[in-house]
Design a protein around this ligand. Structure first.
Ligand SMILES: C[C@@](CO)(OP(=O)(O)O)[C@H](O)COP(=O)(O)OP(=O)(O)OC[C@H]1O[C@@H](n2ccc(N)nc2=O)[C@H](O)[C@@H]1O
Ligand SMILES: Nc1ncnc2c1ncn2[C@@H]1O[C@H](COP(=O)(O)OP(=O)(O)O)[C@@H](O)[C@H]1O
Length: 270
């Protein structure tokens, strides 16, 4: 039987500026999305019903399968396309849950791509259902570098030759942070737009995330002290932080030295 496979690529926000509030209560952001070559892994094969199984280090931390964004995405797509086929989906959960690197959004987007191909339906259905599944889902559906505005779902694809293929180290102090709680603690001050060069940008959610998880400052300081780290920042609403490197050797050396109680992933950007 044919098995379809997809990577739910880990997302990082190279910069994330919060500019204000939107009428729907969410926040207006300006961000640069970049994607790693690694992430969660999804596979699916045709079946009469829609089912989800999971494996992987972070599988025990996933919500009950009906609340899982993978099944929510699958049901939304089924409805939009009027498809009555099912699928047996498997999720290998390798990325920490609620960690600022896409997580559920990347899985939902990967499920949309996977089922679009398995059910042989128009990809426009996936694009239509993506925004309601989460502000980050349209970016994750694309999984290519992009500038995001609005709630993060108004996208403009951009080439980022300066980081394409660049080695990156992701580190999480093993604390889950709720995106809603972090946004709720944003100081309400517009610290200015994200200009042309994201390297001069910031992550405006960092102070709010640090209030909830002070360990983030320890991770940022640790990454900044690593030889060869050229830029260190927190991703999304945290608590995962990343360091960019010019080559793999110093990234791997840093990866080997990551304290054992933290999670890390040595990878590179697409
Ligand atoms: C902060 C970002 C940056 O890329 O990433 P993560 O930390 O989740 O990875 C995203 O904007 C997160 O997108 P996503 O994870 O899809 O969030 P959603 O499910 O849409 O929203 C969860 C909650 O976060 C808040 N939220 C989200 C997006 C936004 N622009 N403003 C908000 O205030 C709202 O309280 C919302 O109810
Ligand atoms: N497949 C999934 N992977 C991770 N989280 C999921 C998944 N499905 C649902 N969730 C829920 O979504 C929340 C993670 O969302 P969010 O905080 O936006 O994560 P992140 O910051 O990693 O993007 C978690 O609280 C989790 O309960």
């Amino acid at each position: 039987m044919s098995v379809a496979r997809e990577i739910a690529a880990a997302k990082i926000n190279l910069a994330l500026h919060v500019r204000g509030k939107l009428p729907d209560g969410r926040h207006a952001i300006e961000t640069i999305f970049a994607f790693c070559i690694d992430g969660d892994r999804l596979s699916a094969e045709p079946a009469a019903e829609l089912t989800l199984g999971s494996s992987g280090l972070f599988s025990p931390e996933l919500p009950h399968s009906e609340d899982n964004l993978v099944l929510k995405a699958a049901r939304a797509l089924q409805e939009a396309a009027g498809a009555n086929s099912g699928a047996a989906i498997l999720l290998e959960k390798r990325l920490p849950v609620a960690s600022g690197i896409g997580g559920g959004s990347a899985d939902a987007a990967a499920a949309l791509r996977l089922l679009t191909s398995l059910w042989n339906i128009d990809p426009a259905h996936a694009e239509r259902v993506a925004p309601a599944l989460g502000s980050d889902v349209p970016a994750c559906l694309l999984s290519l570098s992009a500038r995001g505005e609005g709630a993060g779902d108004r996208l403009q694809q951009i080439a980022l030759p300066e980081v394409s293929g660049m080695p990156v180290l992701l580190v999480n102090p093993r604390v889950q942070l709720s995106t809603a709680e972090v946004f709720a603690r944003w100081d309400g001050i517009d610290h200015g737009p994200l200009g042309e060069d994201w390297r001069h940008g910031r992550n405006d959610l960092q102070p709010a995330a640090v209030q909830l998880a002070p360990q983030i400052e320890t991770v940022l300081a640790w990454l900044s002290a690593q030889i060869g780290a050229t830029l260190v920042r927190m991703s999304g609403s945290g608590a995962t932080c990343f360091a960019l490197f010019d080559s793999e050797v110093p990234r791997d050396r840093a990866a080997e030295a990551v304290p054992r109680e933290w999670w890390h992933l040595a990878t590179s950007l697409r």
